[in-house]
Every structure is written in structure tokens, then in C-alpha cells.
Write a protein that binds this ligand. Sequence first.
Ligand SMILES: C[S@@+](CC[C@H](N)C(=O)[O-])C[C@H]1O[C@@H](n2cnc3c(N)ncnc32)[C@H](O)[C@@H]1O
Length: 353
Amino acid sequence: MSDILTKLTYQTFAQGKKYFSLAHRTLSSRLLNLINPTVTQLQTQSLTPEVIQQLQQKLDQIIEIDWQDAEKGIYPESLLFDDLWLDFWRYYPLILQDLPTVRERRFQKRYQEFAPEIETEGYPQYYRQNFHYQTDGYLSDLSANLYDLQVELLFSGTADAMRRRILAPLKEGLKAFGAVSPRQIRVLDVACGTGRTLKMIRASLPSASLFGVDLSPAYLRKANQLLAKNPGELPQLIQANSEELPYVNNYFHGVSCVFSFHELPSTVRQRVIEECFRVTQPGGVLVICDSIQAIDYPELTPMMENFSIMFHEPYYKHYINDNFVERLEKAGFVDIATENHFVSKYWIAQKPQ
Ligand SMILES: C[S@@+](CC[C@H](N)C(=O)[O-])C[C@H]1O[C@@H](n2cnc3c(N)ncnc32)[C@H](O)[C@@H]1O
């Protein structure tokens, strides 16, 4: 009985987030039109009712799988009710406040705009951009505070459910190290951002040693705040470029990377995959989560094309046709499997023994 109740509560919670995201889209476009009705709309492609229905089905499926994985014990049910939406009251008004500036930036195609106090020197050229036209790119505390809620709104409340889909294959891959004590297992999250994936890995692997790298000091600060609230050892966070991971060869039993590759130029993608290979132990596992690709659902290509028009995503068009299996094999990975959940794609790859 309590399981049925928990499931119903989770389904209601997930549907509530979906409806709020829809309301947010309507509210924000009305609000923006009120502020400046003269701005013309960007030319995007409309989605057919069939495509919208298909998306709805995929969203319901991911909610169901999310529940099932918790029920199987891959992670605790409490993770399904994570407190991100409590941040809502703090950050949603700031998101609304920032909307007109983001829209202006979008219409004027200004995508290299940072507040004067932000130090942009030393970062790779491809990184010094306002991805999603977001204020300060990845380089301010404001951006780090708003990011998670913005992503949840974009994905109709399923961003965390999509991140959680890495946990089952990661745990499965780590079974190869059954003889290693759980405390000796090391897992790295590449481009960890504000630490949401690391928080999930911690809940799923309570004893493992966790590590995270990201280029953004502001996002790492936010990750540190989030992860410090958790019981268990604090993950070690380092500011570093994933093209040159600051670890010795063969160090990690598992490596993950979530929602990062679509924001990297093609040559950088290959370097990051090669770095992931280098730091993974023989027999270890790499799990990548990112956007779906054109080959997965050709009928959703208009939606993918809209995404690259609406949001500043300069590498996305190339990403959706990129062959990651070929890239992973080129780096040396084997036994590569792929999965799709809602609008995300997963590559699960092993480093040979
Ligand atoms: C779309 S966010 C994804 C963050 C996080 N993984 C998540 O699930 O939300 C992309 C992240 O990649 C980081 N990033 C981009 N290029 C990077 C690089 N070359 N090295 C390290 N981090 C990078 C950004 O700072 C940002 O935190």
C-alpha cells in the first residue's frame, strides 16, 4: 500500500512539474509580448499533433522507468522527490526578471556578452559564449543559481529523471569490480556543473569515492554547496578542462558525463572521449548522457532544429548527426550500447581488460 501511495505521489509530482513548465512557457511569452510587442518571433518549425503526442508518451515512459529503477533499489525513492523545486521560490522570480534580457540577446544574436567583472581569459574560445543566451554564460553565481531550474523548465520537469538514467548502467558496469571494496571504487563525473549528477551517484553508491571536474568556478561553488548538505564523504571537485583531465591513467572504475558533449566542437568531443578512456581502469565503464540525435527519431528533427535556433547552441546541429559509437571505438572503448529516454540518449562503453 505504501508503495502504491509513493508511486502515486511521484507521478503527481512529475506531472505537476510538467504542467508548471507548460504554464511557464505561456506566461513568459505573454509577459515578453506585454513588455515589448514589437519584437518579431523567431522562425521555428511547428510540431505536428502526432509528434506532440509521441513526446507526451516518451515523457510518461521516463516517469515510469524512473519509478521502476527506484523500486529495484538502484537508487533510493527519496531521490525522486529531490528538493530542487524548493529552490523554485528563490530563483523563479529571478528567471522571470532575466527573461527580457535573454530575449534581447537572442534577437540581436549577442552570444559573447559577459558582465565586466567576469574574468573570461584563460577559458577555451568555444566556452566563452552565452549558451542558451543565458546571462554570463557559465561564468557567474547568478547563472549557476538559475541553471538547474531553467533546465527543468526546458525539459518539462524531467531533467533529473534523464540524469538518473545513467545510474543503472553505471552500477551494472561497476559489477566488474565486485572484488574491490565499495569504498575503493572511484567514479568521476566530467563537466559536473552544479553537482546534480554527483548527488544522484552519491545516493546510489553511498560509499564510493566521487570526483567532479568542470571549467566553471561558479558552478563548482554551487555544486559544493549542494553536495556538502549530503551525508557521506564530500566528492572532490576540481576546476579543470575535460580535454586534459588532471588524473593519472587508469584511475577510475566508472566515468560519467551528462549534457555536455552537445556544447563542444567536434574535435574537442573526441579529445574528451580520449581523456575519459585514459583515466578509466581496464574493465571500467563510461556512461554518457546527452540529447537525442536525428538518427534516433527522425520525426523529432524539427524539434531539434528549433532548439538550435531558439537557444544559442552552436555545436548542436553537428552533434545531432555525430557518430559517437565510431568516436568511442576510435578511443579504444568496446561493447558500446545505446539507449534513449524521453529526449536524451545514452552511450555505455567499456574499457577492455
Ligand atoms: C549543459 S551544462 C551540463 C552540466 C551538468 N553535467 C548537468 O547535468 O547539468 C555543461 C557544463 O559543461 C561545462 N563545460 C563545458 N566545457 C567544458 C570543458 N571543456 N571542461 C570542463 N567543463 C566544461 C560547463 O561549465 C557546464 O557546467
